[in-house]
Design a protein around this ligand. Structure first.
Ligand code: CP
Ligand code: NVA
Length: 307
């Protein structure tokens, strides 16, 4: 990074933004969604380009960013290791230096958080974490927007995370700090979230072992796959370890009467969630997925226009 160059803002995790900034993005995501519904043009990123580096698969993240950049009047470029020099060993630092001289913002989906952070450290433009093994902040922007649309402020509410202490769980822990809600984390022993993520949020989070007890009175129930991308060979072992941690009708019946259910998708029906819960007539998961697009548009505006 050139010393004369101003430091760009990044979203490496939810902790990179203040609670006020995050609330502003949620409000703007809701407004942008309404503008799109009314057919109102909102080309705030005309002639701006988003680079999208994907080292793992994606449906929602890729399409929400591509469609979102189209709405904002800009363009997104999809880059996979198969077609770029990254796949042939070009260092991540060099890739960051080069791409950030050409595009206005870069999102990166990769394995190690450290790799994403090295990328950001060598980028002249904002870098967005589009999922690492450790965090998935973009999904939280969408989930919190969805909550606000249906229930208003989430401060003081009780959220239950059931399942693996994975990247999504870590981002829920960060969200509990930033949006001020209580988080019950119900994982089988051996699958807890990382201590260094959990400890600073200890005043808002508790680890529980019994899913039915943990569900008691919860306002929001959230889960995710038992084996994340990169853990495919552990699938069978994890299926055993997580037996009893499924979000199903019995568990939802223990939650608050108007409890909402969320899942970042893709989902494995019959594993972490029963079909009866995810496929309910009024299931929110489709709106939650759509909100990826609206909240990311708000984030892009924040990083490129105000950040
Ligand atoms: N939820 C989510 O990030 O989905 P994709 O893996 O399809 O992008
Ligand atoms: N925990 C999942 C989330 C997918 C969006 C994974 O990392 O594969």
């Amino acid at each position: 990074m050139n010393a004369a160059q101003p430091q760009p803002r990044h979203l490496r995790s939810l902790l990179d933004l203040t609670p006020e900034e995050l609330h502003g993005i949620i409000r703007r995501g809701i407004a942008l969604k309404a503008m799109l519904r009314r057919g109102e043009p909102h080309e705030s990123l005309k002639n701006r380009t988003l680079g999208m580096v994907f080292e793992k698969s994606s449906t929602r993240t890729r399409v929400s960013f591509e469609a979102g950049m189209t709405h904002l009047g800009g363009k997104a470029i999809f880059l996979s290791p198969r077609d770029t020099q990254l796949g042939r060993g070009e260092p991540i630092e060099d890739t960051a230096r080069v791409l950030s001289r050409m595009v206005d913002c870069i999102m990166v989906r990769t394995y190690e958080q450290a790799k994403l952070e090295r990328f950001a450290a060598h980028s002249r433009v904002p870098v967005i974490n589009a999922l690492t093994d450790r965090f998935h902040p973009l999904q939280l922007l969408a989930d919190i927007q969805t909550w606000f649309e249906h229930r208003g402020d989430i401060a003081g509410r009780t959220v239950l995370w059931v399942g693996d202490g994975n990247n999504m769980c870590h981002s829920y822990i960060n969200a509990a700090r930033q949006f001020d809600f209580r988080l019950r984390i119900c994982c089988p022993r051996g699958f807890d979230p990382d201590k260094d993520v959990l400890e600073p949020a200890r005043d808002r989070c508790e680890i529980m072992r019994d899913p039915l007890a943990a569900a008691e009175g919860a306002d929001l129930v959230v889960t995710d796959v038992w084996a994340s991308m990169g853990q495919e060979e552990e699938q069978a072992k994890r299926r055993q370890a997580f037996a009893g941690f499924q979000v199903n009708d019995e568990l939802m019946a223990r939650a608050a009467g108007d409890a909402l259910f969320m899942h970042c998708l893709p989902a494995h029906r019959g594993e972490e969630v029963s079909a009866s819960v995810i496929d309910r007539e009024d299931s929110l998961v489709w709106e939650e997925a759509e909100n990826r697009m609206h909240s990311q548009k708000a984030l892009l505006e924040f990083l490129l226009c105000n950040g």
